[in-house]
Design a protein around this ligand. Structure first.
Ligand code: GLU
Length: 419
């Protein structure tokens, strides 16, 4: 195989380890510290039965990975997706440690995943699966241990079922075991839009850096779930032109700007493609459009060495976790593209999860204005710190963000006497 056709490494766990290595080298961390940070502290693998509507029983497999708890309990979502793997969950838990680190939350990183396709499950099957998975991991989670939350294809309703199952197991109400719950049972105002809102605050900072007003910005959003859909709406409301969006079935593109309200209606009642055949594009084409801002808000490894050179956006705001490979990062860097890394760009979600957990522990609830004000202040401060670090060490925003986090967690491990 010639060099140029050699397969790029796409295993998210190996990619996360490489990202740690890059930042650790810049910080000149001792090798045992780097080694510790490259592996999760604990991984639980579970198999559990679920009764299906047709009377059959299906066995599902899932994982919970707890990467590092030097700074506080581990924290991070649970993903329901057919593509879930142990290595993916391990990588996602590492990214959570570094995400909480960049925005200064008193948490380490965790992540869970169940191999399933929730789009093929009835609501009853989904409820039984969610409760069974919580039961399977109940021994290692808890408000002071490890606090799950929503991720790909998991919703506030699923968080509600899981909180209920955990509370019943413990014999008392335990809202602080999980975040992203419905508001009536301890969810926080603003949590639903927090990932997208945090990403928009980060984009506003980046736009200032390149002196581009929001009203002149053309945007493409890949993924139309909790992050992508709300980011498109918020950016539109701030005056940007959303020229393309997509979901797992494909995308739509109108260089004159999409009618966002119509897109939202179609997503809820039909499919994006019903916008009109002449607007259809693929997920791959969306990434290469003539836009100022690209928001990958779906899954990992969509910007690779194969397409990075064709990406035209000046700003990439990673609402998804792990959308850009290290090889692609190099290509984007060389072009002067500003990549707002996932651990910063999508940290708004876990930030408001933290607010939710604090409110649960205090039993005192805040207004939406209060939540958003605190979120904005923290995102702006974190972005500024990352930008400053990048300048000082002449590196990109991703490595700078990792450096801030790695330093923080290393100091915590030293203070505990671990290293
Ligand atoms: N799943 C989200 C993430 O990847 C949110 C995690 C949380 O709120 O704990 O950041």
């Amino acid at each position: 195989m010639s060099h140029s056709t050699q397969q790029e490494e796409l295993n998210p766990y190996l990619i996360a380890q490489r990202q740690v290595d890059t930042a650790a080298a810049k910080l000149q961390l001792p090798s045992h510290v780097t080694e510790l940070l490259k592996k999760p502290k604990r991984v639980l693998s579970v198999s559990f039965p679920v009764k299906m509507d047709d009377g059959s029983v299906r066995i599902f497999d899932g994982y919970r990975s707890q990467h590092n708890d030097a700074i506080g309990p581990t924290k991070g979502g649970i993903r329901f997706h057919p593509g879930v793997t142990l290595d993916e969950v391990k990588a996602l838990s590492m990214w959570m440690t570094f995400k909480c680190g960049v925005v200064g939350l008193p948490y380490g990183g965790g992540k869970g995943g169940v191999i399933c396709d929730p789009r093929e499950l009835s609501i009853g099957e989904l409820e039984r699966l969610s409760r069974a998975f919580m039961e399977a991991i109940a021994d290692i989670v808890g408000p002071e241990r490890d606090i799950p939350a929503p991720d790909v294809y998991t919703t506030p309703q699923i968080m509600g079922w899981m909180m209920d199952t955990y509370s019943k197991l413990r014999g008392h109400n335990a809202p602080g075991v999980i975040t992203g719950k419905p508001i009536i049972i301890g969810g926080s105002q603003g949590r639903g839009e927090a990932t997208a809102q945090g990403c928009v605050y980060a984009i506003q900072s980046a736009l200032k850096d390149i002196d581009l007003p929001m009203e002149q910005a053309r945007v493409a959003v890949q993924g139309y779930g909790n992050a992508g859909r709300i980011a498109a709406r918020l950016l539109h409301d701030l005056g940007a032109t959303i020229v393309a969006v997509s979901d797992s079935r494909g995308g739509i593109y109108d260089p004159a700007g999409l009618d966002i309200t119509r897109v939202e209606e179609l997503k809820d009642t039909a499919k994006l493609a019903d916008y009109g055949a002449q607007y259809a594009i693929s997920n791959e084409q969306l990434l290469e459009l003539e836009v100022d801002i690209l928001v990958p808000a779906a899954l990992e490894n969509v910007i690779t060495k194969e397409n990075a050179a064709n990406v035209k956006a000046r700003i990439i705001a990673e609402a998804a976790n792990g959308p850009t490979t290290p090889e692609a990062d190099e290509i984007l860097d060389a072009k002067g593209c500003i990549v707002i890394p996932d651990i910063l760009a999508n940290a708004g979600g876990v930030t408001v999860s933290y607010f939710e957990w604090v409110q649960n522990l205090m039993n005192y609830y805040w207004s939406e204005e209060e939540v958003l004000e605190k979120l904005e202040a923290n995102m702006v401060k974190s972005y500024d710190a990352v930008r400053k670090m990048a300048k000082e060490y002449e590196t990109n925003l991703r490595t700078a963000a990792y450096m801030i986090s790695l330093h923080r967690v290393t100091v915590a491990m030293q203070a505990r006497g671990w290293v």
